[in-house]
Each structure stands twice: as structure tokens, then as C-alpha cells.
Write a protein that binds this ligand. Sequence first.
Ligand SMILES: Cc1ncc(COP(=O)(O)O)c(C=O)c1O
Length: 377
Amino acid sequence: MKLFDVYPLFDIEIVSGKGCHVYDNKGTEYLDLYGGHAVISVGHSHPVVVKAIDEQASRLMFYSNSVINPLQQRLAEKLGKVSGYDDYQLFLVNSGAEANENALKLASFHTGKSRVIAFGKSFHGRTSAAVEVTDNPKIVSPINDNGHVTFLSIGDIDAVAHELSKGDVCAVIIEGIQGVGGIRIPSDDFLRLLREECDRYGVVLILDEIQSGYGRTGRFFAHQYSGIRPDIITVAKGIANGFPMGGVLISPDFTPSYGQLGTTFGGNHLACATAIAVLDVFENEGLVDNAALTGSYLLSQLQGLPGIKEVRGRGLMIGIEMEYPAKDLRRRLIEEEHVFTGAAGTNIIRLLPPLCLTMAEAQEFITRFTRLLNEKA
Ligand SMILES: Cc1ncc(COP(=O)(O)O)c(C=O)c1O
């Protein structure tokens, strides 16, 4: 059988990783400023996480959601404490799209309505409702295109208020910081106004923190810079450092009922044990503070380098908008400087490293990146 060929690949086979480095099958070491797409939070193969997986796998990997699983409760308590949402409720799933799918479904159940407001350049996943609220017609198939969504511009609060006043909207969904859209930060004021308008019209505010959450921006959630509290927050990516998992944090205003949501694999024992170990490492190693520190260092060092049009971001979620298409630069970063980075659109390089990035590693990235930029200038 052949693989369904949907991914354009770099000709590199990564076989191991440690901290902020990965290694290919020829033994070459790469500095990882991409974190496997914002997934590696505590560092590759962190010993605490490996031990937790090992111990849990030899005890019990999975049993169904029809029996008590104390690991789910332990994770919920820890996550509530670390994130500042200890009064919220947690529903566990397997991916980011699934988290958004359930968030939108809950909003629709809660309000009895079905229209959603989303924003230009948004990305919320590839499943049915999640892809419908994603602003990219190329990945929305006819079966997903059900007319539930109105896309507005980030910052245009008058347009939001106008749409909400029509009375048929169940949810507004917005990323804490847009990732795929090119590291675009909704202003703190805009988030506060969104909260006000959602309150005025009884609309559910969903913050997609799948990429921007879990400490990446120097706060546990990016929206916490604005001081608002959304009704629903979705998480995935860094939650289990590469073990597939997602979660929906749900305000106490929502009352669950048996069977309303469900999943076979979501919240399984192995995933929960991994996610608990991840949060232990967050606390023991001060990773949220580290993301703030190394992130602001990177942001300051990147300003003014040759060929850079704009640098945007918070913490370790950084977009470098080049004056020219970035594809060749990214390729040369990998092949010549042995550095992995991400991309967004044609001109933007995305930095999404593990949150344990050290100052020395950040400096090393700047040295290697500057070398290429100077050659090109
Ligand atoms: C903001 C955001 N939401 C949702 C998703 C979808 O997550 P997943 O690929 O785990 O379904 C992503 C993935 O990149 C994302 O960045």
C-alpha cells in the first residue's frame, strides 16, 4: 500500500530528539525552533514524561470512558490550578480539531442556535465544523460548506456587534494568537470588546488556544494578557508533548448531560498520565516564565535584521515576516544551518520552539539566522 500523498516533505528522517534538538538518521543534529509544529512543549523525550509513559503503559494503556479514571480528575485539577481556571470543567479529546468541534457543538447546544462568527485568516482544524470556521476555501469541501459561518476582520467590533444583534449566532471563535494566519495578535482591547458583545447578546465566546496556549506566549493562555475569561477554551498540541490529545475547558455556566458529548479514546489512561507529567515539568522547570524570557530576547534580537519586514509575537510564538518569499531561506536554514523553523503563508517564518529553549540556544539561532540573512543582503 502507498501513503496518501498529501504532505510536501523535506528529505530528512528524524529519528531521535532531546530537549530542543532533533537528530536525523545520519546523526546530524538540528536546533528545533519549530517544536514539530508547536507540539513539543517540555522538550523532546523529556525523562519525566518518558518515565510516566513507561510506567503507565506497563500498568494500563486504555480502558473505556465507562469506568472511573482517576487520572482524568488529577489532570483536570492540575490544569485548573496551573491555568487559573480551576472552576471550569474539562472534556478530553484526541486532537485540536476535535476540541473545536466539541466546543462549537456545546455552544450550539447551549444557545439552540447555529451561526458562528469567525475571523479572516483563521485556522481551527480540518473536521466538519472546525474546518467550516477556518478561513481557507481550499480545505473546505462541499460537505463542510454548510453556511453556518460569517467571517469578519479581526478588530472590527462594530461588524461583530451588528452580526450578533441579529440573534441567530451561537458562538464567536477566535485564536489567542493566529498561528497559520501568520502570527497575528488580536489586540487586548478587541478581546475585551468581544467579551462585552458576547455577554450583551448571550453568545458563547470560544478561545482557540490550541497553538497559542499551554504557556507558549509567556502566559498560560494568550488571552490572559487581556484579562478576559472566555466561556470555552480549546487546547491540544503542547498538552502531552507529542502524545495525541486535546481538551475543552468549559465554564461552570454549562451543565453537562449524559451522552451529550463522547469519545472512545479521549482522556485515555496513557494520554492522561503523559499530560500530568507535562504539567509537573511545567511547574518544576518554570517553563511559562522561560517562554516569556527567551521569547522577548528573540523578539528584540530579530528586530532590524536585514530582509525582515516585521517581527510579531509573544513569548515563544513568533512570526518573522520577510520582504521576500521565505521558502528558500527555510530550506537553507535546515540544510546549511541545521535549524528547523515553521512557515505561514509565503513570506512568514514561524518560530514555535519547545518552551525549554535556553538563552544560549536562542542566541545560537540568532547567530545562524543572521549568517544567512547577511549572505542574502
Ligand atoms: C489554532 C489551531 N486550531 C486548531 C488546530 C487543529 O489541531 P489538530 O491538527 O490537532 O486537529 C490547529 C493546528 O495547527 C491550530 O493551530
